[in-house]
Design a protein around this ligand. Structure first.
Ligand SMILES: *[C@@H]1O[C@H](CO)[C@@H](O)[C@H](O)[C@H]1NC(C)=O
Ligand SMILES: *[C@@H]1O[C@H](CO)[C@@H](O)[C@H](O)[C@H]1NC(C)=O
Length: 236
């Protein structure tokens, strides 16, 4: 099993990411309160608005931020130079994998990400990731952010339909079957599919795997922010 992630952005990525998570998310909540406003004055009780549940991602973002900081600290001690990683990609990939694992393995994976399953049961963690990924996927005029998961499963695997359904529903993960005995052809197949699914934004993805690979989980992320002060084309 292997997992790879594609990151196409500068070294300030981690901090940008945290910033995006903190700044962007509240903006996207607004349609919900707008909806609440509309029902004011109707037969709804006045307390309706204040009882509105917080979005499900609120249950996962603090843990993801802590995970990012822990990981960053560890990487900074071991790696020289710039560090490029995407905490949401990594944590959501692991949480997605845990869906297909036995209950105790699922617990271990989620706890290693820092979740306290007494406080936040596994189902809430998955719903939280679903809400976070959905929110990050909403179009924004300021930045373009695309994040996705692909699962490539060897033909000899018989994954449970329930796992495939949950992976798709909660993580938007698309599953494809592949024949890993034919390594080169499968690499090409994965490359073509990723290019097609990302409308050409992610290219040259030719993962390497060994003959006994049975599953590849691939995560891509594409991030493009508009500059606040765009460079003057004639001066650059
Ligand atoms: C998890 O949360 C429960 C309830 O808040 C708490 O009693 C427990 O100590 C926490 N576990 C860990 C490992 O932090
Ligand atoms: C996978 O590819 C190998 C080598 O070409 C072939 O022998 C095998 O039958 C294929 N397996 C499946 C399940 O298609």
């Amino acid at each position: 099993m292997c997992s790879s992630s594609f990151q196409m952005m500068g070294p300030v990525w981690l901090w940008l990411w945290l910033l995006v998570a903190e700044v962007l998310l509240p903006v996207h909540c607004q349609p919900f309160s707008a909806h609440g406003d509309k029902s004011l004055g109707a037969s709804q009780p006045a307390s309706h608005q204040s009882l509105e549940p917080a979005p499900a991602y609120h249950k996962v973002t603090p843990t993801i931020t802590n995970f990012a900081l822990r990981l960053y600290k560890q990487l900074a001690e071991e790696v020289a130079g710039n560090i490029l990683f995407s905490p949401v990609s990594l944590s959501s990939s692991l949480a997605l994998l845990s869906l297909g694992a036995h209950a105790d393995t699922q617990t271990q994976i989620l706890e290693s990400l820092g979740f306290n399953l007494t406080e936040t049961p596994a189902a809430d963690v998955h719903r939280g990731f679903q809400s976070l990924l959905h929110t990050l996927d909403l179009p924004s005029p300021k930045l373009e952010l695309k994040l996705g998961h692909f699962l490539f499963l060897d033909r000899q695997l018989k994954p449970q339909q329930r796992f495939l359904d949950s992976a798709k529903e909660l993580y938007g993960a698309l599953a494809f079957s592949a024949n890993f005995t034919e390594a080169a052809a499968t690499g090409q197949q994965i490359n073509d599919l990723v290019r097609k699914q990302t409308y050409g934004q992610v290219v040259g993805c030719l993962p390497e795997f060994s003959h006994d690979t049975l599953m590849v989980l691939l995560n891509y992320i594409f991030f493009k922010a508009k500059c606040k002060h765009p460079f003057d084309r004639y001066q650059t």
